[in-house]
Design a protein around this ligand. Structure first.
Ligand SMILES: [Zn+2]
Length: 177
């Protein structure tokens, strides 16, 4: 067994391909780290990032799909490498992710209560596109500030929304699909 010994985001394309092809020989090969590095690597032009992503997906498709649950933001960014999404497109994408998350949980027979570090995003803001998304505790999506970035009366609104949101939420769940 060998070690790559340096972070992916310092590698060139040829090295990526080598390590992906021979990943079983490297003890420090991390699939999530590989995908994340495509967002950070400044040595690679976009077209090479896309080639690496597509090549990696041929080997790691299942792990990549699981990222929808494990790290939905990275998944979203890697899928849309080099693309600018409108707010509407992004919201539509999150709706798909939510459904896929349910499917993954169901297929893997993961019960929510056994999935302790994850919970549903619920910032109390009815129209938040992340509502219902399964997210890791402490992740980007748990930061309610992203939903209220420009809202000066934020705390008041959260409190008010929380009082009313439970029944609305139940109703929305039932009518969502
Ligand atoms: Zn929110």
């Amino acid at each position: 067994m060998m070690k790559i010994g340096k972070p992916f985001n310092e590698l060139q394309k040829e090295a990526y391909f080598h390590f992906i092809e021979n990943h079983k020989q490297y003890t420090d090969f991390n699939i999530l780290g590989l995908y994340r590095s495509l967002l950070e690597n400044e040595n690679l032009p976009l077209e090479e990032k896309l080639e690496i992503r597509d090549f990696a997906n041929r080997l790691f498709q299942k792990t990549f799909d699981f990222l929808q649950l494990k790290d939905p933001l990275t998944y979203m960014k890697v899928v849309h490498l080099g693309m600018e999404l409108t707010k509407q497109e992004e919201s539509a994408f999150w709706e798909i992710i939510k459904k896929n998350q349910e499917k993954i949980l169901k297929d893997k027979k993961i019960k929510h209560r056994n999935f302790g570090t994850y919970s549903r995003h619920n910032c109390g803001y009815d129209h938040c596109p992340y509502n219902g998304l399964m997210v890791r505790q402490g992740s980007y999506f748990k930061e309610t500030s992203i939903c209220f970035r420009s809202d000066e009366k934020r705390d008041e609104k959260i409190k008010k929304a929380k009082r009313h949101s439970k029944t609305k939420r139940e109703w929305k769940r039932r009518s969502r699909f």
